[in-house]
Design a protein around this ligand. Structure first.
Ligand SMILES: Nc1ncnc2c1ncn2[C@@H]1O[C@H](COP(=O)(O)OP(=O)(O)OP(=O)(O)O)[C@@H](O)[C@H]1O
Ligand SMILES: [Mg+2]
Length: 382
């Protein structure tokens, strides 16, 4: 079964064709990062307008790359929730129109389900963006130094087993989900305030690092920024772990702790404008703050995941999902967990098609293409 997946929930315009929920035939992602790097964050109206321009060329390229015509497509899947209202509208209106025009069943997919199901997508050596490094990053514990074991058709993945725990770490969410089986989700932990990706983005801004903050923080922690002569010292600044009950998270305090530590280090009062701090920081200080923050953020995630595993001892697999799952330090801290290939960590259409396939297997019905609504804030459990 070939599914066309369409994703426009934030600032990536994406479409992909996936066979039987696991085989990526094409995966086209047009990112608006270059536009928003200038502003330091996403501007919803600009994102919607950019989706409108990119949407149909992206869908056409996804079909072309997959060597498919509309006759080959069995269903269309689209993200209808959660996300930015204008962005969701462009994707869903496109999918609705295409479903009517080409007489295809239309499925509405929750964005976080898609992030989770990125872990079921097969990644062969030829599809990964940079062979061995990427493969090693996907499943460190399965990595064999014998490269001959990975020919162009080899699949790195063993499929996750149920019941499983899914740690969703993205730009808008930080949740631990319990999945007793396919398409069954129970939220067992969630953030009380900022999401972890948002925290990376805000800390990067304080340090004067470019948007998006996740990759920028990692580069700075490695000492890969202009003027740096060494990697950051992750033990230089002691940052607090939030005291949140149970499996829940809180990241706004960590962001503020970084801000206060920077102000203290620079000897300026707390009233000092945060956007001017970057002018006073040396490259080494930026690297040390980035490394210390990244280490603390990863520790917090790992601690809660360990707690969840103790509370759900029947857990057979742990999967990590969402944009922050691209983080190398997190991958190294969780060698037994499933991670999507880094190019599937962020928003893409392939994960939408994968989630849709497993929804269909679980008995989910298509939606009415004349009536499909969007839900910018709906939970994965609703
Ligand atoms: N290597 C990395 N390390 C840490 N964070 C990263 C990395 N790469 C990307 N991110 C973060 O991931 C986030 C984007 O992830 P994603 O695209 O899943 O979020 P979103 O789609 O905007 O939000 P959501 O999925 O919650 O709706 C950004 O906050 C970005 O900084
Ligand atoms: Mg996302």
């Amino acid at each position: 079964m070939k599914i066309l997946g369409i994703e426009t929930s934030c600032d990536e315009t994406a479409a992909a064709v996936v066979e039987d929920g696991v085989r990526i035939l094409s995966n086209v992602v047009v990112s608006q990062i270059d536009i928003f790097a200038e502003y330091g964050g996403v501007i919803p109206e600009v994102a919607a307008r950019s989706h409108l321009e990119a949407m149909m060329p992206v869908v056409k390229k996804a079909l072309l790359d997959a060597s498919c015509t509309w006759n080959d497509i069995d269903a269309i899947a689209v993200t209808h929730a959660p996300g930015l209202l204008g962005s969701l509208l462009i994707g869903t209106l496109t999918a609705r129109t295409l479903a009517i025009l080409h007489n295809k069943p239309l499925y509405a997919v929750h964005h976080l389900k898609s992030h989770v199901y990125a872990n079921w997508l097969e990644v062969t050596k030829s599809k990964a963006e940079s062979s061995s490094d990427t493969l090693k990053a996907v499943r460190p514990s399965l990595w064999s130094s014998d490269d001959s074991a990975l020919d162009s058709s080899s699949n790195l993945f063993a499929t996750p087993n149920f019941p499983l725990l899914a740690l969703v770490v993205s730009g808008g969410h930080t949740q631990i989900l319990y999945m007793p089986g396919h398409n069954k989700f129970e939220i067992i932990g969630t953030t009380h305030d900022d999401a972890i990706g948002e925290c990376f983005d805000k800390v990067a801004k304080i340090l004067g690092l470019p948007y998006p903050g996740g990759p920028s923080i990692t580069r700075a922690a490695r000492g890969e920024i202009e003027g740096a002569t060494r990697p950051g010292d992750s033990d230089k600044y002691k940052l607090p772990h939030p005291k949140v009950e149970g499996l829940d998270f809180s990241f706004s305090g960590l962001k503020t702790a970084v801000l206060r530590a920077v102000q203290k280090e620079l000897g300026v009062p707390i009233s000092y404008p945060s956007h001017k701090l970057k002018e006073l920081l040396s490259a080494e200080q930026v690297c040390d703050f980035a490394a210390s923050f990244q280490k603390t953020a990863v520790e917090i995630l790992v601690e809660k995941l360990e707690m969840a595993k103790r509370e759900y001892p029947e857990t057979k697999s742990v999967v990590i999902a969402g944009g922050v799952s691209a983080n190398q330090a997190l991958r190294e801290a969780l060698p037994e967990a499933y991670f999507p290939a880094t190019f599937l960590s962020g928003d893409n259409g392939a994960m939408v098609a994968a989630a849709c396939y497993f929804e269909i297997l679980s008995g989910v019905n298509p939606v009415n293409p004349y009536k499909l609504n969007i839900y910018p804030r709906i939970s994965i459990q609703d």
